[in-house]
Design a protein around this ligand. Structure first.
Ligand SMILES: CC(C)(COP(=O)(O)OP(=O)(O)OC[C@H]1O[C@@H](n2cnc3c(N)ncnc32)[C@H](O)[C@@H]1OP(=O)(O)O)[C@@H](O)C(=O)NCCC(=O)NCCS
Length: 175
């Protein structure tokens, strides 16, 4: 299923034909500095292939490629909570730098939340953001997420300790 919105943003399944573009988009320190270390530099074709293979087969996450005006520009994923966390899920995303500040992530996040609350059995979506990542905080706040708390020095990234802001949005006050 493809989800399309008025901003010409589409969420669709990732395909192996996205590997080399994904490699190009992620191979950028301005992207990886705000992501988990499973997105290293260099981010090789092999890393992209493994990511897409996992996205196609896993039952533990819902993963989409993001298209803008028909072009693949990034990914958005929802990691499904397990065990006692199974009614919640955690959001992650990136947009290639050349496409920043056009509202693409904000549109993709809204579409992913709509999809999750409509088709998946979650009552809460979490998003964990490094405190220096103002753009992502803006995206979440524009999409209705609220801060639940700040975990100090929760992250060790690029030889530095970072605080992490925990955001969430709930099904019962989402319209
Ligand atoms: C975070 C990210 C996904 C945003 O993508 P995007 O498509 O540019 O996002 P949008 O255009 O929807 O919104 C970005 C907002 O942040 C604002 N912004 C961007 N950089 C900013 C900065 N340094 N300071 C303040 N605001 C900033 C933009 O002005 C925009 O707000 P506005 O719509 O009110 O003007 C993108 O920067 C990215 O991929 N970063 C690296 C990976 C990452 O951080 N992923 C999220 C991990 S939690």
């Amino acid at each position: 299923m493809n989800l399309v919105n008025v901003k010409k943003v589409t969420l669709r399944k990732l395909e192996f034909s996205d590997c080399s573009r994904m490699m190009d988009l992620v191979n950028n320190k301005n992207i990886t500095k705000n992501l988990l270390d499973r997105f290293p530099i260099p981010f090789t074709f092999k890393h992209a292939h493994r990511f897409i293979e996992n996205a196609k087969t896993t039952k533990l996450a819902t993963v989409f490629g993001i298209e803008y005006k028909g072009e693949y520009v990034g990914n958005i994923e929802l990691m499904h909570g397990q065990d006692v966390y199974r009614k919640g899920a955690t959001l992650g995303y990136f947009i290639g730098e050349e496409y920043w500040n056009r509202g693409i992530a904000s549109a993709a996040v809204k579409m992913m939340i709509d999809y999750s609350f409509k088709y998946l059995d979650f009552i809460k979506i979490n998003a964990l953001v490094f405190d220096k990542n103002i753009a992502s905080q803006k995206v979440l706040e524009k999409s209705g997420f609220k801060v639940e708390g700040i975990l100090r020095k929760a992250v060790y990234k690029n030889d530095e300790y970072l605080n992490e802001i925990h955001y969430a949005i709930f099904l019962d006050n989402y319209s």
